[in-house]
Design a protein around this ligand. Sequence first.
Ligand code: HEC
Length: 116
Amino acid sequence: MKSNTAIGSNSVCCAVFFGCLAISAAALTPARAQNVSDQLNKYGCVACHAVDTKLVGPSFKDVAAKYRGKSGAEKQLIAKIKNGGSGVWGSVPMPPNPTVPDADLNAMVKWILSQK
Ligand code: HEC
């Protein structure tokens, strides 16, 4: 009887745990930007970029405005972030970020280009 009770409370535990996972997954899906802002933090982009203020690099709104409607912009910007470079916004170079995974670059560039 005692062990039955223990099993019973274990499965309640699991149900609560998985319930929480499901809820947090659902909560995260529409908030993709939250995800991207975590990435921007994690990769140190925010040291030089902000959404609507120029820091060392251009604001993400300025970047979005510059490339809006340009075909190939995503690819070009992914390569630029990876390899670094200068001359588009001024003489200050962006250092290369070769270790950022493509999936994250993709998500960040999509998000940056969607800023208005
Ligand atoms: C040390 C400062 C610094 C860091 C860190 C940095 N950037 Fe930049 N970024 C710059 C500068 C400076 C420019 C402007 C380069 C130019 O004029 O060509 C720039 C330009 C850009 C552009 C526009 C490129 C273009 O050619 O128009 C994007 C998009 C961008 N950065 C995204 C990122 C992302 C994403 C990260 C993080 C992985 C990041 N940056 C990290 C300084 C930085």
